[in-house]
Ligand binder design. Sequence first.
Ligand code: GLN
Length: 471
Amino acid sequence: MAYSDYPSYRKELESGSLTVVAEVERILEKIDQSAHLNAYLEVFASDARARASVIDQKIAHKTAGRLAGMVIAIKDNLCFKDHKVSASSKILEGFQSLFTGTAIERLLAEDVVIIGRTNCDEFAMGSSNLNSAFGPVLNPLDNSRVPGGSSGGSAAALAAGLCHASLGSDTGGSIRQPASFTGLWGLKPTYGRISRHGLIAYASSFDQIGPFALNAYDSALLLEIMAGKDEYDSTCSEQAVPSYSKHIEEPVSKKKIAVFKSVLNHQGLDPAVQANFHQQIEQLKQKGHTVEEVDFDYLDYLVPVYYLLTTAEASSNLARFDGVHYGFRASEAEEPEAVYKKSRTQGFGKEVKRRILLGTFVLSSGYYDAYYGNAQRARRLVTNEMNTLLEKFDFILTPTTPHEAFRLDRKDTDPTVMYLEDIFTVLANICGLPAVSVPTGYGSSKLPLGTQLMGKAFSELELLQTAKQLG
Ligand code: GLN
């Protein structure tokens, strides 16, 4: 039987009609048959089998954790002790994690099975998964299309039934956009809700780990287990973690939801996306919620602000990959300077290099204030505006992406064209707010479309409850 949600799966395990061993075997076979998708960079088959039989025993002895037997795929930028991690980059060739990150540690403590690590855009930079050093991932719903990015492998793996849920990281949309392209729930929690310990940093003030799931309940359950304070990440909040999963089915009160006029009339919006968005608005109104059109003057600034700040942070974070400390080292270099230069030149892909150069430039003396300084000020203005809006409204609704999944052979001569795909998702990261993408329909090529709901900081429970009204 195909997996639908954790409670029904758990029931089957407890009744003895299914074992974790059998389920892991079924999934491993399916992964084999789906190798063409290139979703997994590595499958931890023997680990997974061994763990599955231990968990079956725990279930029999009624000592199993809250996620017993849930089969999880992890993005290849999350550290899992004694397993390779590469951020889909050649520069980390051969590198193994020395420790397990907090989010994964907490899932393991509740008896999940980690089935493998998934392909992604190199260092999580991209919206297509075309920037991986290990080749593109195919969208399981249409193999000529991308699954989105950067967490494309995690999305494809779940959409193809090659796990029960998966983890991604979201710096500017990398969970929500692929979720939208593959018909899944994708949650980017509030900044600081989940520890970033063990996540390979791209832009530290934007990055968050989050789940891909098939429904609201599984999203809530995974969030609840991963969230909460952590001494290894000082930006991780100490706020208590609600029992999201326990309350997820409760009826929601009538909400006040804002939509931006600048989004409704946005030039770059695919007509099918626009139609689906309007239909979601109508549906929310019919359920008694208020949906109001508001002005938001910053839409065109979001993508530039995001790319100035994230590349600046990335240029600093990626300085550690120098051919000495980790993974790959260019073989023909002898002098230290040549080791750095050649290793970085050969080890990083084109997009990563572009961003390191851009980030170094915006931080350079003489340009720092004009670019980095102004972008920081703009971030503050946007955040203030959003916080003011969210005093009046419970949520903000947008499409997740301007288009459905695009073709693998898409060629952009200008990289900023692809950057504009992130127009609706980067806002939540700029402001540190939680946002979820929910599958709400299909586009003109019959590929899934997502709608994004964004809320106040730490409003994940209400966010997920209300998001259930979409679709
Ligand atoms: N597409 C965005 C970028 O390339 C988002 C990436 C992410 O969220 N990791 O930066």
